[in-house]
Every structure is written in structure tokens, then in C-alpha cells.
Design a protein around this ligand. Structure first.
Ligand code: SF4
Length: 306
């Protein structure tokens, strides 16, 4: 009889523990392949928020970065939200502080603040409405004012700016991981792979998004990659995307735009850490109640739009 290898053993323990603790495992599309494979749900920030809001589980094991687990707690404060590695942050989210936002709001008092979900709970608490990459344009269009302060991702703001008539004040934040993708990478891969298409995330720089056949959130990219007739699709986003794309469409070739497009924070979560989080129900993620209630308003407004 074949004995279980170490990974199978950990997965079997995770499966036992998730039942015992009535836990749901939510994983972002950028997580390691083995983490995506054991998750109850994988998705983009919007999908993960919706799952957190609607789950009947007692425990949410959030495999992603800190602001995502915070958002889960904002929506489901009666649940125990644990992050297998709570040092997994988001450098983009760290590019805005409450103090800096309040200062900018003073300078632009007639602007509605639309904050990307990649922000801390405290920044969300000082925003009018949140958005994700899958609903940014819809959210911006939904606000009654003509002037919007969009924080903190400048590339997403510039991309949204192309399809909306609103006047958008832009914050100078960016995702360091997506910034690794340059136009030269796409041109080189397109030359090497005849008939290849290119899809990318709106966190890429404008010189890259303008080369794309499709720009969208990670979930939208999955849909596009699946229905594309091209033999090769170049992926302008984080490496974790390739796992599901290749699994769902094995007949196609998916190529990462640049091998450096790996988010080190997203890779901090491992199967071992998930098991430990389920055993100890730690590290817990919470948000101070006053901040949570204010942040909830901007998150709920977003969920009402989509
Ligand atoms: Fe933040 Fe970029 Fe990593 Fe996403 S990929 S968590 S935006 S640093």
C-alpha cells in the first residue's frame, strides 16, 4: 500500500481541521498552486469579499494579503478571520496613509474619494466608496459627483480615466510587482509566438495596457484566457495566474510576460502555515470597531453597485 507523502499528509490534516472547525479557506488567484488547489474558493478581491460576506462558516482562513483579510473581517465581524501569515502585506496599499489622505481631501474638498480595495481599513474608513479592478469603472460612474479622487493606484486610475467622463485626481501609488512588466517583454514574446494574444491587469503601466488585447481583473482574465482562440496567451499579471489558466485550458500555452512578476507577499502563505492557522486559530485579523463600521459603509456601497 502506498504511504502518503508529506504534502498529502498536510492536506489530509487541513481537510480534517476545516471540517472540525467549520472553516472556509479563501485564496487569491496569486497564491501558490498547492494553496489554490486546497481552497474552497479562489478568486479576485471582489469575489473573495463576496464569499466572506456570505459564508456560513465560523472561521475564514484568508490566503492573500493583509488588506484582503481585513476586508473579510469588515464584512464578517462575527467570524474568526485568520491569516496563515499575517506579515503578508501589500506595498501598494502601504503607499497611502490616513494622514496623507486627509491632507489631500482638504486640498480637494469637492472630490468623491474612491479607494481601491488595496487600502487599509483605516483608509477605507475615510473613503466614500471602494472598488476593485473588476468594478472600478462602474463604481466611478456610479458616484453622483463629477470629480473623483482615486487612491492609491495611479495605473488603474489612468486606465479607468480612458472610459469615464469623470475628472479623476490621481494618487501616485503603484504595484511594484506589475511594474516589472515592460512593453519590450510583450513585443519580444509576440515576435517569438506567432498569433499570440496579450491580456493584462490594469495595475500595469499605460505603455503596457495599450498593447493588450484585453485588460481586466484576474477573474476577467480567466474568462478571456478560456475563450481566446489564440494558441498562446501572454499573461501580464502575477505568476499565480498561470496555474488555473493552464489547468482549465491545457490545449493552450500561457506565458508570463516577465518571469519576475511574482508577488513575494502572496507567496508567503504555505500549506504548513494554513494547517497551523487552523490548529491555533491564529494569527487573527480584526479591525477596531469604530474604523470597521466606517469602512463597512464604503465596502457595502461598492457591493451595492456590482
Ligand atoms: Fe499588492 Fe501588487 Fe502584491 Fe497585489 S501583486 S498584493 S497589488 S504588491
Amino acid at each position: 500500500m502506498r504511504t502518503m507523502n508529506e504534502q498529502e499528509q498536510i492536506i489530509s490534516e487541513i481537510n480534517k481541521l476545516r471540517k472540525e472547525k467549520n472553516a472556509v479557506i479563501l485564496a487569491h488567484n496569486y497564491q501558490r498552486p498547492e494553496v489554490q488547489d486546497i481552497a474552497d474558493y479562489t478568486g479576485d478581491s471582489l469575489g473573495l469579499s463576496q464569499q466572506a460576506a456570505n459564508t456560513e462558516a465560523d472561521v475564514i482562513v484568508f490566503c492573500g494579503v493583509h488588506f484582503m483579510a481585513e476586508t473579510a473581517y469588515i464584512l464578517a465581524p462575527d467570524k474568526t478571520v485568520v491569516m496563515p501569515d499575517d506579515t503578508a502585506g501589500c506595498p501598494l496599499a502601504d503607499m497611502i496613509t490616513v494622514e496623507a489622505l486627509l491632507q489631500r481631501k482638504k486640498e480637494l474638498p469637492d472630490h468623491t474619494v474612491v479607494s481601491y480595495i488595496n487600502t487599509s481599513a483605516a483608509v477605507k474608513a475615510h473613503s466614500d466608496i471602494c472598488c476593485t479592478s473588476s468594478n472600478a469603472v462602474k463604481v466611478i460612474e456610479s458616484v453622483p459627483d463629477d470629480k473623483v479622487l482615486y487612491v492609491p493606484d495611479k495605473n488603474l486610475a489612468l486606465w479607468a480615466n480612458e472610459t469615464t467622463d469623470k475628472e479623476i485626481a490621481i494618487w501616485p501609488g503603484f504595484c511594484p510587482t506589475h511594474h516589472y512588466i515592460k512593453p519590450a517583454h510583450i513585443k519580444e514574446l509576440k515576435e517569438k509566438h506567432e498569433g499570440a494574444e496579450f491580456m493584462c491587469h490594469p495595475e500595469c503601466i499605460p505603455e503596457v495596457t495599450e498593447l493588450a488585447d484585453f485588460v481586466g481583473s484576474t477573474s476577467a482574465m480567466f474568462r478571456y484566457g478560456k475563450q481566446s482562440k489564440a494558441p498562446t496567451v501572454i499573461v501580464g499579471s502575477e505568476m499565480g495566474m498561470l496555474h488555473k489558466l493552464q489547468k482549465e485550458s491545457p490545449e493552450k500555452k500561457f506565458l508570463l510576460a516577465n518571469k519576475q512578476v511574482v508577488c513575494p507577499n502572496m507567496k508567503r502563505t504555505t500549506l504548513n502555515k494554513i494547517k497551523d492557522a487552523l490548529v491555533n486559530l491564529e494569527p487573527k485579523i480584526t479591525v477596531e470597531e469604530g474604523i470597521r463600521q466606517k469602512a463597512l459603509i464604503s465596502v457595502q456601497r461598492m457591493l451595492e453597485v456590482v
